[in-house]
Design a protein around this ligand. Structure first.
Ligand code: MTE
Ligand code: MO
Length: 160
């Protein structure tokens, strides 16, 4: 099914896959077309890149929170605040890595929609892979493109 959706959204070439791994009840391999099954959000984003100046992009896609929540993070349901121990490692195909904490992507704590973008400036990202979008960031460095994997880790703090 994802193949058919991908063909509708892009011209040619293979559809990029990325993995959801770590402390998840339902780890998964997904494509950008798979991400269209979640409610879609939009973000107009402006940021500065030190070497190359200001940028403006319009992104659409699901909330990263919604996609990870569907994969079943291993929170302890008996402990309401357990989710705040979880880290999220986002990796790009080029080796760029960004670490987030669950509190940064959870709408209960930060209302800024952190997206797993499926389009940039109207163009589908089916072949590139999704892009992380933090609309309030002043620097572009966390807008990691070509995501190859997202790992959820609830092993913090490691010393308890
Ligand atoms: N995969 C990946 N994503 C990345 C980067 C990178 O090196 N690798 N650089 C970041 C930085 S520093 C910036 S400023 C923005 C630049 O985005 P743009 O030039 O496509 O607008 O991409 C971000 N996303
Ligand atoms: Mo940058």
């Amino acid at each position: 099914m994802s193949q058919g959706l991908a063909a509708a959204g892009t011209t040619a070439g293979p559809v990029a896959e990325f993995g959801l791994t770590g402390d998840l009840i339902r780890p998964a391999r997904l494509t950008v077309p798979d991400l269209l099954t979640w409610p879609q959000h939009e973000a107009e984003v402006s940021f500065e890149c030190a070497p190359s100046g200001s940028r403006h992009h319009r992104f659409t896609g699901p909330l990263l929170h919604d996609v990870l929540a569907a994969a079943g993070p291993g929170f302890d349901p008996a402990r309401r605040k357990d989710r705040l121990r979880f880290l999220i490692a986002v990796s790009g195909t080029d080796g760029h890595h960004v670490l987030l904490s669950w509190g940064e992507i959870d709408p209960d704590f930060d209302p800024a929609p952190v997206l797993l973008a499926v389009t940039i400036d109207g163009a589908p990202l089916d072949r590139t892979g999704p892009q992380l979008v933090l609309p309030q960031d002043r620097c572009g460095a966390r807008h990691i493109s070509g995501i190859s994997g997202i790992r959820v880790d609830g092993g913090y703090p490691a010393w308890t």
